[in-house]
Design a protein around this ligand. Sequence first.
Ligand SMILES: C[S@@+](CC[C@H](N)C(=O)[O-])C[C@H]1O[C@@H](n2cnc3c(N)ncnc32)[C@H](O)[C@@H]1O
Length: 233
Amino acid sequence: MRSEIEHMKELFGFLPITEYQLDIIKDIIKIVEWHPATHYLVLDLGCGSGRLLNLLANEIPNILAVGLDLYTPPINMRKTKVLNFVVADTLHPPFRENIFDLVIMVNFLHHLVGKTGSKSKRNIEDLLCFTQRLIKGGGILFLDEMAISHKAGRSLLFWLSRLIATLRIYVVFLGIHGQVVFFMTSNELKESILDTGLKIIKIKSLPSKQKFLFRMFFPNGYHFQVRTVAKKF
Ligand SMILES: C[S@@+](CC[C@H](N)C(=O)[O-])C[C@H]1O[C@@H](n2cnc3c(N)ncnc32)[C@H](O)[C@@H]1O
């Protein structure tokens, strides 16, 4: 049987670049005030293969890009001059405070699961607090995360995904990826960001990109992407 790490690499290490990632990059470029003479320190938490930072670095020559993930990406993904990979648990980030101009998090918070739903929610809130401290004054948090409309179904989804993960069922093309997931509602996400002291300067909802099986249980309108830009003043 394949190891958990091999499975994770297959799942996240080779995520393709789609229109959605290009749209994210367009939005980031609009938001951040880049100056050619200054270097920007950018951190992508839960960066997977680092595809977003690589795209961003192609657009903005003066970024210093740091990607953090639990797993080392596949070797071919690491062969890039723009990216510094840190393998760590984001709940214990090995960085000094007040240093990053921009922190990106894309579809990653729902992986910060704990033993129960409420522990998972606390993990996400804690992470947002740590992140606020990593960002320097005037810096930006860019969050693009899947959210759920009602709290009722998410417990079902949390426990169902736990069962699937315990049984190690992987049918990736059907959206059964063996990962435990916990989703916040868009209001909870917003409140948790505001609780950190960051100021939200932009927020929008976008249709979800989830796969077939997930959509069968949780139809469109029930889950969606929330894109939030928050600033540290
Ligand atoms: C759905 S992938 C998103 C990857 C990337 N943000 C992107 O959009 O290409 C979620 C990533 O979060 C990482 N991850 C999950 N829990 C983590 C943790 N506690 N610390 C660091 N990374 C974590 C996973 O290994 C995975 O690469």
